[in-house]
Design a protein around this ligand. Structure first.
Ligand code: 9WN
Length: 448
């Protein structure tokens, strides 16, 4: 295997390049997730993108959050895609049919019918921090954003608690791999093997394969059949969240989403206290956060100490080791020794500190694992946005040196200036989409 040399980078150049990506992907009231591959707004991308935008203008950052929240469903769900005016992505709004089939979906803008990880409160909190370092006008815009978005974000968290954890276990379920944001992670291979596309799956043409030429970088056709079949199942349930939970053939309690939910609920509760939100709503958030944090800690494998997802359809823990197993480091809640051990594992020789890696950035699957595929999407490559999230969480929980290491190592990884969606860990090759907005956004945040 060709080992790449570490890249040297210039922080000012990287920041300029990142700002250019965000500006050029901005189509007015939304920054598309990527120029060609993802020409619309994605839910968790928009949150990270708004953090980057805050460094270019707090008002524009707030606009991004407002555009997303304008697409919130009547029941509280924030949809995973908000479609802009252009086509260019499959599945588009026609395939979902949410506006026709669901009583809760908006007629405009058109959206998909599933959700993504709830990182939005984290973004609003971060925008406020950036705003408070700026001018009086920035500060006012940041505070106004909190006031304008708090209730909508509370309703979003309430939707997750009610419809994705109806039994109050603390683990939030996903009904599609896309909802995890880590679409084809080996975590989902077991649950997906029970998703059997019916003969009546309407035919379709993938557009992604025309844009990413190397098929090995994207999910397979069989995976796509399953992704599309789940949409058929949800259409048949009219996107009613209770029916979807009962009938969808994929139902997995996602430990990484649950950890994000816990820490984002903490952030939202703190903002609520500061900005005078209703006390009972703040109390709900604190209760949900505590419950999910405990459930994430309790999901750990007795053998590896890594947190695990739970396949609710099969009734079994999923013992597949991936980066999601470090979920307790996102939400906290371990005792000091266990937390230190998990941090050491993350930064140690099986993960970020693996001797084969060009930059000490956590890969999505350990190179020592049989399932490691160095170029294949969520099966091995390094995703700068995920590193940022771990870095943010490390800083929040007092692991300053590790946060700084993730920052410096990720900056060196992206020093080529491609702002790629993901990177080959051993060679550092840029993979997937170039000029990916959330990559640019987190780099800009780290450079400013
Ligand atoms: C499906 C936009 C999104 C990210 C996801 C990433 C990828 C979409 C796709 O791109 O998913 O939602 O077409 O592969 O897996 O995390 O939000 O960047």
């Amino acid at each position: 295997v060709r080992r790449a040399a570490r890249r040297s980078y210039d922080v000012a150049d990287l920041a300029m390049g990142a700002a250019d990506v965000l500006r050029s992907n901005d189509i007015g009231t939304m920054v598309t997730a990527a120029p060609a591959l993802y020409p619309h707004m994605w839910s968790w991308d928009a949150a990270f993108i708004s953090i980057g935008l805050a460094h270019l203008g707090v008002e524009r950052a707030g606009q991004e959050i407002r555009t997303l929240l304008a697409a919130q469903w009547a029941d509280g769900m924030i949809p995973h895609i908000v479609y802009g005016d252009r086509g260019g992505y499959f599945p588009g709004p026609g395939r979902w049919g949410t506006a026709e089939l669901s009583a809760s979906a908006p007629q405009a803008p058109l959206t998909s019918g599933i959700c993504q990880p709830p990182v939005h409160a984290i973004a609003v909190g971060r925008i406020l921090d950036v705003a408070r370092r700026g001018t009086d006008a920035d500060r006012a815009a940041g505070e106004q954003l909190v006031r304008d978005s708090w209730a909508a974000l509370y309703r979003w968290h309430a939707w997750l608690a009610q419809y994705r954890d109806p039994d109050g276990t603390g683990l939030i379920a996903v009904v599609h791999g896309w909802e995890s944001g880590m679409d084809n992670s080996p975590r989902w291979d077991g649950p997906y093997s029970a998703v059997i596309p019916g003969p009546d799956l309407p035919s379709y043409v993938r557009l992604d394969r025309e844009l990413v030429r190397d098929g090995a970088e994207r999910p397979t056709d069989l995976e796509y059949d399953r992704y599309l079949w789940l949409i058929e199942e949800m259409r048949r349930a009219s996107y009613d969240p209770v029916k979807v939970y009962e009938t969808c053939s994929f139902l997995v309690a996602d430990v990484f989403v649950s950890a994000i939910f816990a820490v984002a609920s903490d952030v939202l509760a703190d903002l609520g206290d500061e900005f005078g939100a209703p006390a009972e709503h703040v109390a709900d958030l604190r209760r949900w956060a505590a419950r999910s944090r405990a459930a994430v800690a309790a999901s750990r494998s007795p053998e590896t100490g890594l947190a695990r997802d739970y396949d609710r359809r099969a009734g079994a823990w999923i013992d597949v080791e991936t980066l999601a197993g470090f979920a307790p480091l996102i939400c906290g809640g371990l005792d000091a020794d266990a937390e230190r051990a998990l941090i050491e594992t993350l930064h140690g020789p099986h993960w970020a500190g693996h001797p084969d890696l060009v930059a000490k950035v956590p890969p999505t699957v350990s190179p020592d694992s049989v399932g490691f595929k160095s170029r294949e999407y969520w099966r091995g490559p390094q995703w700068p946005v995920v590193s940022w999230l771990f870095g943010w969480a490390h800083a929040r929980h007092g692991h300053t040196a590790q946060a700084e290491a993730l920052r410096a190592e990720t900056l060196s990884l992206v020093g080529d200036g491609a702002f790629s969606e993901y990177y080959e860990p051993v060679t550092g090759e840029a993979l997937g989409s170039r000029r990916q907005s959330w990559t640019a956004a987190v780099i800009l945040d780290w450079c400013t």
